[in-house]
Write a protein that binds this ligand. Structure first.
Ligand SMILES: Nc1ncnc2c1ncn2[C@@H]1O[C@H](COP(=O)(O)OP(=O)(O)O)[C@@H](O)[C@H]1O
Ligand SMILES: [Mg+2]
Length: 272
């Protein structure tokens, strides 16, 4: 399996294409807390776009705005260049957005197939679940992503490692034809080998033409898989980099000292 990157040299980039998802000046306030202030961010098909920042920077709130869990207060979200109103998880799913949350929404007592089909079971003409077809599709999807460590798709998810669980959640997104996969800190709880598996998988998703948004505060992960990096600090996007043209040091500087356009405390008072 060849998964070492020569950093995108051979990867096809639909450069110049309209981003599949774009946030333009997105703001979100919780009472006195300006969680997001005019955030700009975009993701393109075939690319991994990373959103990085310290704890509390606004990464998870950004995801939840895209998911429609939090309504945005200002700015707009564009899908394939057109403004969209995402009012809840059903709207984001209908667009083709799949979000893999850190503490995954997998059901421990169900097996791999049941998890990948949860809520979308295939019915045979006799109204029985078409188990054979379901198993087949799951196995095919997993092998198309080179996920080889899962011995049986009939094994319950409770017995899987964290990396395998991430892989199942991602494979589910692929099986249901998602266009954009968002991963929130996918390697936070993983060991070295499992992290490797998940990062390889992230690369493969982009290679298959999906857009990937990777949210992390692990710069090592980011530098390994991301094409572009947006840095959030105190709810503002303070820097943007092409991974090939920057260094970890430069990104760390932006995370800790990136230039803010407004000072959060003062801004809150001005609106009071
Ligand atoms: N539901 C909420 N109510 C009030 N404040 C919130 C809520 N969710 C997030 N925040 C605040 O928004 C800011 C950004 O949080 P978050 O997006 O979770 O950060 P992170 O970058 O670590 O994911 C933090 O100051 C956090 O306390
Ligand atoms: Mg978070």
């Amino acid at each position: 399996m060849t998964t070492t990157t020569d950093d995108g040299g051979s990867r096809e980039r639909p450069s110049g294409a309209v981003p599949i998802l774009e946030l333009k000046g997105v703001s979100k306030r919780f009472g006195a807390v300006q969680a997001l202030h005019e955030v700009n961010f975009d993701v393109r098909a075939g690319e991994v776009s990373a959103l990085v920042g310290d704890n509390g920077a606004g990464k998870s709130v950004t995801i939840k705005c895209i998911a429609g869990i939090y309504p945005i207060d200002g700015g707009e979200i564009l899908w394939e260049g057109k403004p969209v109103a995402i009012r809840g998880p059903k709207d984001s799913a209908a667009l083709g957005i799949e979000i893999v949350y850190q503490d995954l929404a997998l059901a421990d007592n169900l097996d791999v197939v049941q998890n990948m089909y949860l809520g979308r079971e295939e019915i045979t003409p006799f109204h029985a679940l078409d188990e054979t077809r379901m198993e087949q599709r799951c196995s095919e999807t997993l092998s198309s992503l080179s996920v080889t460590t899962i011995r049986s798709v009939r094994q319950t998810v409770a017995g899987l490692s964290g990396g395998q669980r991430q892989s199942i959640a991602v494979a589910k997104a692929v099986m249901w034809n998602s266009r954009l996969v968002i991963l929130d800190e996918p390697t936070a709880a993983l060991g070295v080998a499992q992290t490797r598996q998940v990062l390889d998988l992230v690369k493969r998703l982009a290679e298959q033409g999906l857009a990937v948004m990777l949210v992390s505060h692990n710069l090592h992960d980011i530098f390994e898989v991301a094409d572009r990096i947006t840095v959030l600090r105190l709810g503002q996007d303070v820097a943007r980099f092409n991974t090939e043209e920057t260094t970890q040091r430069e990104v760390v500087e932006a995370i800790t000292a990136g230039k803010l356009s407004t000072v959060p405390g003062q801004e809150a008072e001005a609106h009071a």
